[in-house]
Write a protein that binds this ligand. Sequence first.
Ligand code: FAD
Length: 278
Amino acid sequence: MKILYVFAHPEPRSLNGALRDVALAELQAQGHQVQVSDLYAMGWKAEVDRSDFPAWDADRPLAVVPASKEGYAAQSLTPDVQAEIDKLLWADVLILQFPLWWFAMPAMLKGWVDRVFAYGFAYGVGEHSERRWGDRYGEGRLAGKRAMLVVTVGGWREHYAPRGVNGPIEDLLFPIHHGVLYYPGYEILPPFLAFRSDRFDEAAFAAAADELRGRLRTLQSTPPIPFRPQNSGDYEIPAMQLRAGLERPGASGFGLHLAPPRDGVAPRPPASAATVEA
Ligand code: FAD
């Protein structure tokens, strides 16, 4: 398979850097073709501004959505953004690796998403009308591809459990899984999570490395998180609300957007098939 590995940590000698090296060695051992976007090493420009849209008239107030739309359509986005779009189109699998910072991805990686996920490419795709609200949430330009997060987390797994004080990790990652990656069409694999990452030692690292290798060996066969496709009939149009009666018993909030399995047993999205902690 073709893999795009996006890495967002400022220090190659960090825990993240060491896990990244494990991952790349495993992917290469499996015979995959791999491209790496090491955002800090690339000096990635994280902020969206006027310089991203060279064809936008200098006298015109910058309006980012139409500027992105025009720029993508005219192929006049900047070369760094276009190169990342090309990598995304090339790859069968996208892996994003980052440390959890303030319950979210680092600004560097968010800035990669902001700039690369352009209008007409990652959003604004398909028919938008009273009958249809675009090709998104399971459909879109990146449909048929898979994505997975590799995240190091300072806190304990218990603190991110359903009753944990930090909130469930699957809820915290929902905006990335569902809002950023499922939106343009990716199937989302359960994340690889390394908890208590600031306390890692040799033993914890060895366990994490083993788990990570295992996850990378099963990229093709791991069942994705069962998010509901938008255009499957589960949502009312145009309000795009889940139809009454389709929710799993007791489901609310983000959990509404998980489809029940066919046998009727309520699913619990795996926070990770591999949750490692120090
Ligand atoms: P490093 O600092 O590089 O290393 C961590 C530990 O692993 C060190 O003890 C190091 O000695 C050891 N180590 C490194 N490499 C190896 C190796 N090869 N083998 C064995 N041991 C090794 N956490 C949360 O839970 N929630 C948050 O919201 C959150 N917000 C944060 C916000 C900021 C701005 C920052 C800086 C941290 C935040 N954290 C949070 C903690 C953060 O998630 C962790 O610091 C991060 O995941 C650790 O990854 P790292 O690669 O930076 O680790």
